[in-house]
Design a protein around this ligand. Structure first.
Ligand code: COA
Length: 377
């Protein structure tokens, strides 16, 4: 076995060839298929971005129309899946429900036994539509509200808000969510995408890979950080504490501040630039800039004190809260977007597959350790 020292958390290890997403962590650059995220955030839509991630180029008008039509015709949840959601315990967190239901969906998928490229593209359409629906439907079930039928005329972002709230979103809310979905759609070998690729590489199936990815996204060191940020802001507000003093104490107690730091970026996370602006604009437009202002004070302090930058999760918290979205839906919304990247990576992995099976640097008892019989232990 190689004597190379193990990289804790695989930091800095290049584990795959990929043509999907490029990050320059020192310069703060993120690009999907070579196109800068700033340009996509300004000019693109979630649907166009998902097409770009899956097919490697921007769609023509006809291709985009077809893509949208695949997504809207995929807005179907089997009745057994709705029943399953109705029977789950009411304390189930939306991320747990999403993980469980995506796994169950494989049993009803028309391509269940087919792991070919074309079948996986079809599953990607369906899962992209269904993940957004599951989040909206479960939220209404747990609140005892009647379910809302999907509207095929709406964009992906607008249909989600429609099915969640039962009213058509304003163009500001639709565009804000659409931009958030673009910003979260892919991020190279982040933990959940890597998990998806590892599962796909065993020649398991798309639903298993996405189920595993959802499980990885749920953790507070990954997608779960956006919920933790908002819980922190709520606590500070409820206690009437000074945001800077509160966070100063957390740092003195060696606690991590969710929404700061990144394994890859050593400068501003380019996604945070947009989310900060959205949080500020939405806060001012709604007449409640409180969450933005608290966030900004914390950001300036953590940057000054610890040289840590806000990441994608920090301002998505105040942005979603200002849009009226419940805290425990933040990470599911991350999944509503990241399915685009997960699907692109699963398809890319399977198009040129090799089992992903690293080694561990062994630090257990020296070999050969003695087997001591039961009576002598
Ligand atoms: C994202 C994250 C897991 C990356 O971590 P990593 O590359 O493994 O780096 P480490 O956790 O080893 O942190 C390196 C140092 O920075 C500090 N640090 C990193 N993020 C910090 C944070 N959010 N708050 C306070 N200190 C932090 C660590 O305490 C550590 O300090 P030390 O060397 O004095 O012990 C980490 O920054 C983090 O936990 N952030 C909060 C959760 C979060 O926002 N996750 C979403 C990421 S998009």
């Amino acid at each position: 076995m190689s004597t190379t020292a193990a990289a804790r958390g695989l930091e800095g290890i290049v584990a795959a060839h990929s043509g999907i997403c490029w990050i320059d962590g020192d310069a703060g650059v993120l690009a999907y298929r070579g196109i800068d995220i700033h340009e996509l955030a300004q000019k693109s839509t979630f649907e166009e971005t998902a097409y770009l991630l899956w097919f490697g180029k921007l769609p023509t008008a006809t291709e985009l129309k077809e893509f949208r039509s695949h997504l809207s015709s995929g807005r179907i949840l089997p009745k057994e899946i709705i029943q399953l959601m109705q029977e789950l315990p009411r304390h189930a967190m939306p991320m747990e429900v999403l993980r469980t239901v995506v796994s169950a969906l494989s049993l009803y998928d028309a391509d269940e036994k087919d792991n070919s490229h074309d079948a996986n593209v079809r599953k990607s359409y369906r899962l992209t539509s269904q993940i957004a629906m599951i989040v909206a439907v479960y939220d209404r079930i747990r609140k005892g509200k009647p379910l809302v039928e999907a509207d095929p005329s709406l964009s992906h972002a607008a249909n989600f808000l429609w099915m969640l709230n039962g009213e058509k979103p304003s163009s500001t809310a639709e565009r804000a969510l659409d931009v958030a979905l673009i910003l979260h759609a892919d991020h190279e070998l982040n933990a959940s995408t890597f998990a998806a690729r590892v599962i796909a590489a065993t020649l398991s199936d798309m639903h298993s890979a996405i189920t595993g990815a959802i499980g990885a996204l749920k953790g507070p060191l990954h997608g779960g950080a956006n919920e933790a940020v908002m819980r922190l802001l709520f606590t500070i507000d409820k206690e009437g504490a000074d945001p800077v003093e509160y966070v100063r104490k957390m740092l003195a107690d060696k606690k991590k501040i969710s929404g700061f730091g990144h394994r890859v970026y050593h400068t501003e996370d380019p996604r945070a630039t947009h989310l900060r602006r959205m949080s500020e604009d939405l806060g001012r437009a709604s007449g409640n800039p409180k969450w933005f202002e608290m966030s900004r004070q914390i950001e300036l302090f953590v940057k000054e004190e610890k040289k840590l930058n806000a990441n994608v999760d920090f301002y998505s918290a105040s942005t979603y809260t200002t849009l009226g979205i419940d805290v425990d839906l933040f990470t599911p919304i991350f999944a509503i977007s990241r399915i685009a990247g997960w699907a692109a990576h699963v398809i890319e992995q399977l198009d040129d597959n090799r089992l992903i099976r690293p080694r561990a640097e062994y630090n257990g008892p020296a070999y050969p350790a003695k087997y001591i019989p039961m009576e002598s232990r």
